[in-house]
Design a protein around this ligand. Structure first.
Ligand SMILES: Cc1cc2nc3c(=O)[nH]c(=O)nc-3n(C[C@H](O)[C@H](O)[C@H](O)COP(=O)(O)OP(=O)(O)OC[C@H]3O[C@@H](n4cnc5c(N)ncnc54)[C@H](O)[C@@H]3O)c2cc1C
Length: 678
């Protein structure tokens, strides 16, 4: 490591062939593959050419998030049901807005990566014959899902980390990424370096600036979790979307965030057996008093209500196409409706659903066939939900216990929360972004369409990392970076960065914590699972005004550590602007309700005769999906000259490559490295 002095700051300088930002399941896996591909190519010191840089090894969705049995969706491994990559890719692209070449690559790489995880030590269950057992998840026509329990993604990132450490690849922890430094123009434009603040080094006179030069960059910093007020993303999961937009990366499908029911005191997804145990769901006033069985007002019978609670287990994400005619997503609408009145919602595992207004009592034998047969098959006919949950999945109870919540004795507060973004940054079939030699993987990559089978996020993160690593080593090479021709440009940007940090302390600017809270409130209110065109437009105007305000006034900091919060507030403000611009553009294109969001419209379809606007008292109606938009993807790029700072356009879906070459010519292409062309 070298050091350099810039504007009174001592800067630590590192040089690697490839820098990976993010230490979640995706980033760690890519690091392992990079090391293995480089070593296989004869690079003797591969561990000195790769580095992982992260804001927190213990942070991020992979480490901190999960559900009753967190799902990994892979190609079928059943010994009796056949599956194919093309069928798998069809499931990924079924709801539209999904490039077919990345979907096919996710399918083809699926089993290779699944077995790679098993080799790394992830305890996916198999039977006595060695078959990996599967089950059905949302949007999954086969039983392709599997799980290593509530903490699947945590096991994945931990096992891969151990492997990376065995290989000796350095991991730089506590590094808040603050800037991407670019050089060159047009096709030659590259991201030359990552600037990070070492949070352990921050003091009154030093910002702890580290500069990581890289020939290749892999962005694996996860989703923009802190964008939302009502969120099940783990606290502190910010991502670096604003920073990446500013460096010139293009976003795709940003409108397609996923929302669903989750617990809020301890942020955890309540899908699967939590719902299949059929707990009582009730609301209270803000102070916890005045309990009400609010769902019962909207369902004609107990059997219908209880079956819908059950179905939420594997129809977890809020889905506007599952509202009409008393389907399971009506529950998300009713939960939201109730919270809009200032009330709180709880799941109570001690009691079965409670009837009201002449509804019959809960009777497991009267459930509709889908729920009844499942519970019968799993032997879950115990008298109370907690006993059924204990029978089906005791680790699902333990995880709450570990986090200070006893489901045997207390109800669990829930809300409709933001959980995942199907969109992200545009990548090609090797997960290379629109800037050459910068790759995007994991949740940061926008490879999912409008809907995705539950569990496919983890599969995509692994297969994307494999593809990026293979391409880097075989098509880009393992050399260290040399940006001597662009050094002046790089130093100018580094200097500007230090000046910007100095200015934070001087200006009587904004409070960064308040800025973040404002962004979160606006995003949940106007870009969540319920959207209204006028409201989204005014949210976009406010977001632009906030960003301009930050540019003009900067931040006022009380302590040196707040520099990190200020950096985060600035790029989160740009991220929020990007997301709102995409939301407004899609609404203007007549997008309608799709994926995991509902678009309200006065001339639309009735949600339910008793679901009304809280201010006007009128029945709420929604606009159905505009299916013609399934064949294109909304793409968005930062443009400092554009009125809203972003430009949007629709791009066509890419086709899957044809695979009809005979073995010998395909083998020659492989030997000659032609597979990496185009
Ligand atoms: C409650 C919940 C349940 C889920 N269940 C499932 C499921 O069952 N199946 C499924 O497929 N998916 C599920 N997901 C989604 C899935 O967990 C994530 O998409 C996936 O783990 C993301 O992995 P990643 O490696 O891309 O990012 P992450 O695991 O989020 O890692 C991001 C990394 O980047 C670092 N980082 C972030 N911001 C910065 C910054 N500003 N500076 C420096 N470093 C930074 C973080 O510290 C971390 O190391 C779930 C998500 C949640 C929230």
């Amino acid at each position: 490591m070298e050091t350099a002095k810039l504007h009174n700051q001592v800067i630590s300088i590192h040089r690697y062939n490839t820098v990976i930002i993010g230490a979640g399941a995706a980033g760690m896996n890519c690091g392992v593959h990079l090391y293995e591909f480089m070593s296989d190519k004869g690079v003797g010191d591969a561990q000195q050419r790769i580095a992982v840089v992260t804001g927190g090894l213990r942070l991020g969705a992979s480490r901190m998030s999960g559900s009753d049995k967190q799902t990994y969706y892979k190609m079928g491994t059943s010994p009796s049901v056949s599956d194919s990559a093309q069928d798998f890719a069809k499931s990924l692209t079924a709801a539209g807005c999904c490039h077919r070449d990345t979907a096919l690559a996710e399918a083809i790489g699926s089993l290779r990566e699944f077995y790679h995880l098993i080799q790394a030590g992830v305890p996916f269950p198999h039977d006595g014959a060695g078959s990996y057992i599967g089950y059905k998840t949302d949007h999954d026509p086969y039983e392709r899902a599997t799980s290593a329990g509530p903490k699947t993604s945590r096991f994945m990132s931990e096992c891969l980390q151990k492997q990376l450490e065995r290989y000796g690849v350095p991991i730089f922890d506590h590094m808040e990424v603050a800037r991407l430094i670019t050089c060159g123009d047009g096709e030659d434009r590259r991201i030359a370096a990552v600037v990070a603040i070492d949070k352990n080094m921050l003091a009154r006179d030093t910002y702890g600036i580290n500069v990581f030069y890289c020939a290749n960059l892999v962005l694996a910093a996860g989703g923009p979790g802190e964008l939302y007020e009502t969120s099940v993303y783990p606290k502190g999961q910010l991502g670096i979307h604003g920073i990446a937009f500013k460096a010139g990366l293009a976003g795709e499908n940003l409108t397609e965030s996923q929302f669903g029911l989750a617990s809020t005191k301890f942020r955890w997804n309540v899908s699967g057996t939590y719902m299949q145990a059929i707990p009582r769901i009730f609301s209270t006033g803000a102070d916890g008093g005045d309990e009400r069985e609010f769902l019962a007002d909207f369902f004609p019978t107990m059997a219908k209500m209880a079956t819908n609670i059950f179905l939420k287990g594997y129809q977890w994400p809020f889905d506007p196409q599952r509202i009409e005619n008393l389907q399971s997503s009506l529950i998300d609408v009713l939960v939201f409706n109730e919270t809009q009145k200032g009330r709180r919602i709880f799941m109570d595992f001690r009691n079965n659903p409670v009837p009201c207004r002449g509804m019959e009592d809960f009777d497991i034998n009267k459930l509709e066939p889908e729920a009844y047969e499942y519970l019968k098959k799993t032997g879950a006919f115990q008298p109370t939900p907690i006993e059924r949950l204990e029978h089906m999945n005791p680790p699902a109870i333990d995880i709450y216990k570990e986090n200070g919540i006893d489901l045997y004795s207390e109800p669990l507060e829930i809300a409709v929360c933001a959980q995942h973004n199907n969109g992200g940054f545009a990548v090609d079939k090797w997960w290379q972004s629109n800037i050459k030699r910068t790759f995007v993987i994991g949740e940061m990559a926008g490879t999912h369409g409008v809907k995705r089978p539950g569990g496919s996020a983890l599969n995509a993160g692994q297969t994307g990392g494999l593809r990026a690593a293979e391409f880097i080593v075989n098509a880009c090479g393992a050399e260290l970076p040399d940006y001597s021709a662009g050094q002046a440009e790089i130093e100018r940007q580094l200097g500007d960065f230090v000046i910007a940090l100095d200015a934070y302390a001087d200006l009587s600017g904004l409070d960064p914590q308040k800025v973040i809270a404002d962004i979160q409130h606006r995003m949940t209110a106007s870009a969540g699972h319920v959207r209204r065109p006028d409201d989204a437009r005014s949210a976009l105007r406010e977001a632009l005004e906030l960003y301009r305000n930050i540019e003009e006034r900067g931040f006022k900091l009380q302590k040196p550590r707040e520099i990190v919060t200020a950096i985060q507030a600035e790029h989160l403000a740009l991220t929020s602007l990007a997301y709102l611009k995409a939301v407004v553009t899609l609404l203007e294109q007549g997008g309608g309700s799709r994926g995991s969001h509902l678009v309200l419209a006065q001339d639309g379809m009735e949600i339910h005769p008793d679901v009304k606007d809280k201010t006007t008292g009128e029945v709420l109606r929604f606009k159905p999906e505009n299916e013609t938009l399934r064949n294109s993807i909304l793409r968005l790029e930062y443009d400092s000259e554009a009125p809203d700072l972003f430009r949007c356009r629709n791009v066509e879906l890419r086709k899957a490559p044809s695979q009809d070459k005979a073995f010998e010519p395909a083998w020659r292409d492989f030997r000659e490295g032609k597979i990496y062309d185009g």
